[in-house]
Design a binder for this molecule. Structure first.
Ligand code: NAP
Length: 298
């Protein structure tokens, strides 16, 4: 069997187009233009690239961006004051502090200063707590895990009642992805570095989400025939034919896995493009809420 390839680039483009329509409707109905503030501290090349991609996605969707860069020597008080002023600015509906922050700054202090209703990354402990609790209404789903759920939904994978296995339990991917799958009535097993029988556990999964950051860790014999495999991992491996001598691969051995899985995401072009798409979904949600409308954005 050769798996259906879940095209994250195309699905993300579709979501971005839907957000653009939602933004135009909000402007027309309430005169409110969604605004996303990005805060960049220091000169990490990767962070600069991510922030500029996020701002470009905002511009394309009609979302206003407010960008501030502080030097790597910025103090915690300076970053805190900036985040607080953005928190008080009514034109800013979402605040994104690009991580990592320089070592002199306590990340938790800065992230806790982002008001819950502007926490479009969805990492605030109160927000994660609401996702974990039955019947609560979280403000936002964290972007990458929300992208995983969208990929499953839009590729026609049934989540309700499925056996799902999530490899990885990090705060930003594995744990929230597991909670979102439970919310959608999957039966979820979470594997991590101390799990005894990862191979056997994965083989029982109707839905396998790999988020451990180990190149091609998931081999074909770990996949149940017909399963849907979502590969969150992004790992650089040596490839002298590429500029910079590196190539991006996922946590799944894609070429072999696609002969066993029913549907699978590639790397690149799977989960990656979804993270930014879900960020602008969350920004539209935040702006709709601030205008007194139901949060549902797309
Ligand atoms: P992380 O914070 O390093 O967490 C890795 C998790 O995997 C941990 O829970 C760890 O277990 C577990 N793990 C590591 N090695 C393992 C092994 N050999 N067997 C079983 N479990 C193992 O990583 P992350 O931030 O969640 O990111 C995971 C991957 O997703 C990375 O490749 C990252 O680049 C990628 N990512 C992609 C996107 C995107 O937009 N596409 C966004 C975020 C992250 P313990 O908890 O026991 O240590």
């Amino acid at each position: 069997m050769t798996a259906r390839i879940i095209d994250g680039t195309a699905i993300a483009a579709q979501i971005r187009a839907e957000v653009k329509v939602g933004v135009a409707a909000l402007v027309a109905e309430k005169g409110v233009t969604p605004g996303l503030a990005t805060v960049l501290v220091g000169d990490n090349t990767g962070s600069h690239k991510y922030v500029s991609m996020k701002r470009k996605a905002c511009a394309e969707a009609g979302i206003r961006s407010f960008h501030t860069e502080l030097p790597a020597t910025a103090t915690q008080a300076e970053v805190l004051a900036l985040v607080q002023s953005l928190g008080a600015n009514p034109d800013v509906h979402g605040i994104l502090v690009q991580l990592p922050l320089p070592s002199q700054i306590d990340e938790a202090v800065i992230l806790n200063a982002v008001p819950l209703e502007k926490d479009v990354d969805g990492f605030h402990p109160l927000n994660i707590g609401a996702i974990a609790m039955k019947g609560r209404n979280p403000m936002f789903a964290p972007c990458t895990p929300a992208g995983v759920i969208e990929l499953l939904d839009r590729s026609g994978t049934k989540i309700d009642g499925a056996d799902a296995v999530v490899l990885g339990r990090s705060n930003i991917v594995g744990m929230p992805a597991s909670l979102l799958l439970i919310q959608r009535n999957a039966t979820v097993t979470i594997c991590h570095s101390r799990t005894k029988d990862i191979k056997g556990t994965c083989r029982r999964a109707d839905i396998l989400v790999a988020a451990i950051g180990r190149a091609r860790y998931v081999t074909a014999d770990m996949i149940k025939p017909g399963a849907t495999v979502i590969d969150v991992g992004t790992n650089g491996v040596d490839d002298p034919t590429k500029p910079g001598g590196k190539r991006l691969v996922g946590d799944v051995d894609f070429e072999a896995a696609k002969e066993v899985a029913g549907a699978i995401t590639p790397v690149p072009g799977g989960v990656g493009p979804m993270t930014i798409a879900m960020l602008i979904v969350n920004t539209l949600k935040a702006a709709r809420r601030s205008a007194g409308l139901p949060a549902k954005a797309i």
